[in-house]
Design a protein around this ligand. Structure first.
Ligand code: ZN
Length: 569
């Protein structure tokens, strides 16, 4: 063997050393505030070094600066604020964010002005006149909450006709499972006195007649929902940026699109091609659109990000929503159904046999599955479908998430654990809808909604979500609701299910990364993970728990790059 000269060996060593030294120079080092890692092995750090969009090192400030600081390194002084992992959205309706900038917010207070029918109508008129909406153009609103309407006086077709006879008006129900429409909109979507209510649907009729009175829900609403106005080609890139900015403002660096139609996947892909994505977006195509989506998106490409967009799996909806009394329960509601039905238990979106077939199909394709299930009977239907479709191995990790799981029973949580199913809970209902749930379902069931404490104690890793646009994109308010469980009326909703601030934080960071199978890169601040981070004005683990909702997002980073800065920082 020919020996190497001393000179050439030294040269090689110098090149190697140079490479190592270069690899260790941070682009940015964050110091001067609490760094909350959400990593149990190293919960806090004094400094964190970022390079090429990833976390290079974290720990003691002096040691980090000594090892990784050069003249080119930017030092960010947190000035007493807190740095946390960027929030991962476990479930929302991302595609709606593209259009809400052009819609009327009629959420009930404090999220919006929709406290009664008159206030909603006034808001619609204000929007029509200030935006000079031409006659004939569709006017859309979101967030109508019938449960807070005083004296049970609900919004109907006639209210909207009186105010806006010349525009089709669609006031989206806060559940997103329906809307109140005026006569022009009912005509446009061809809903008349002769229209037969489809199974699993609701068309509320004017008392004493067959005439539709405005509220259309569930399967009767699905075709309307699918054909609502979408951004045109010229608008979609600009609207994508506006929508993603809403997420970035909330500290979210990974967004979820929770029931995507084929044409919406196409919009998201065109926006991706145009380089519009500033955060990661995961879409879950709706089961009814699966075949169409597969035609242009072969399975081999699923689950992989392409310029911040990926198709994550499939969505199946099993029932409706408890606040609309369409969630499906084993025991009847305490009040009559949406059309005055007696002994009403809600209903399934698809017949049980269809759900079984759908679940089996998704499992056979080997795709992650998200299901929408709120009522305990709907959850029973899913568990039965799982036992049918996964009979060969009930406990294999298939990345299955039951979105909402709001009225889950303890025995069902046990099965989630055994079947490796993640509950994505919805603790915001303890604030927004608790009084409605008490009226409809009674105290005992309401106090057990979204039982995060039990889920954690049983060994599950629950996540938490806003279901935006059902509730606003406000992750700190969501965290507050999991920690405090205080209702709109100031009532404590199930003290035994409250969780610690750290547990609530995990449900919007690390546990969501696990839900998506992305925990190697996201969900906590650890060496090698993406530098997806958020600066908050206070540390949510240190403030009075009742103050968590008042914490503000100061700045959001996606892979080390600032994507949102509060103007008053
Ligand atoms: Zn949803």
């Amino acid at each position: 063997m020919k020996s190497l000269s001393l000179k050439s060996v030294l040269a090689v060593i110098l090149v190697l050393l140079g490479g190592i030294a270069n690899a260790q120079v941070a682009d940015t080092i964050f110091v001067g505030g609490d760094i909350v890692t959400v990593n149990d092995k190293q919960p806090e750090a004094e400094a964190i070094a970022v390079k090429d969009g990833k976390i290079l090192a974290l720990g003691d400030r002096v040691a980090i600066e000594k090892a990784h600081r050069q003249a080119t390194t930017k030092i960010v002084d947190l000035a007493g604020r807190a740095l946390l992992p960027g929030f991962l959205d476990a479930h929302s309706h991302y595609i709606s964010s593209l259009t809400v900038a052009n819609q009327v917010n009629v959420y009930a207070p404090p999220a919006g002005p929709g406290k009664d029918v008159a206030a909603i109508v006034a808001e619609l008129l204000k929007f029509r006149d200030s935006k000079r909406i031409p006659k004939g153009d569709v006017i859309q609103a979101y967030g109508y909450d019938e449960n807070v309407m005083p004296d049970g006086r609900l919004l109907n077709r006639d209210d909207l006709d009186q105010a806006c006879p010349d525009n089709p008006v669609i006031v989206g129900h806060v559940s997103m499972h329906g809307a109140v429409m005026n006569s022009a909109a009912l005509r446009k979507w061809n809903i008349t006195a002769k229209t037969i209510t489809p199974p699993g649907g609701i068309i509320v009729r004017k008392p004493g007649t067959d005439e539709p009175w405005g509220l259309i829900m569930e399967t009767a609403f699905l075709p309307i929902f699918a054909s609502l106005p979408k951004p045109n080609r010229a608008e979609e890139v600009e609207w994508t940026r506006a929508g993603q900015r809403l997420y970035a403002m909330a500290g979210i660096t990974t967004a979820h699109e929770g029931a995507t139609h084929a044409d919406e996947i196409a919009i998201m892909k065109r926006a991706t091609d145009a380089g519009a994505n500033i955060i990661d977006v995961i879409a879950f195509p709706f089961i009814t659109d699966l075949e169409t989506v597969l035609e242009t998106n072969p399975i081999s490409g699923w689950g992989k990000y392409d310029r911040h967009f990926k198709i994550g799996g499939v969505k199946i909806t099993i029932d409706g929503s408890p606040q609309a009394k369409t969630a499906y329960f084993t025991k009847p509601y305490l009040s009559d159904g949406p059309s005055g039905e007696k002994d009403w238990r809600g209903e399934l979106t698809f017949p049980e046999a269809t759900v079984m077939r759908m679940v089996k199909k998704v499992y056979e394709l080997g795709l992650p599955l998200n299901l929408h299930a709120n009522g305990d009977a709907a959850i029973d239907v899913f568990l039965k479908a799982h036992e049918f479709a996964a009979a060969d191995d009930l406990s294999k990790d298939r990345h299955v998430t039951v979105i909402h799981s709001q009225f889950v029973r303890p025995d069902q949580l046990d099965k989630y654990l055994r079947y490796r199913v993640t509950p994505s809970l919805y603790t915001l209902h303890t604030y927004y809808f608790a009084e409605a749930h008490i009226a409809n379902r009674g105290k005992e069931q309401t106090f057990y909604i979204s039982p995060m404490r039990d889920a954690i104690d049983k060994g599950l890793r629950p996540t938490n979500h806003t279901d935006f646009v059902v509730a606003p994109l406000d992750q700190m308010f969501m965290m507050w609701s999991a920690v405090n469980r205080v209702s709109r009326a100031g009532q404590l909703i199930g003290a035994s299910q409250r969780v610690s601030p750290l547990e609530a934080l995990k449900a919007m960071t690390l546990n969501v990364a696990i839900q998506y199978g992305e925990e190697a890169l996201k969900g906590s601040l650890e060496v090698g993970k993406l530098a997806d981070m958020v600066i908050l004005d206070r540390n949510p683990l240190k403030v009075d728990p009742m103050m968590i909702k008042d914490i503000k997002v100061v700045e959001t980073f996606k892979e080390g790059k600032s994507i949102y800065q509060a103007s008053n920082r």
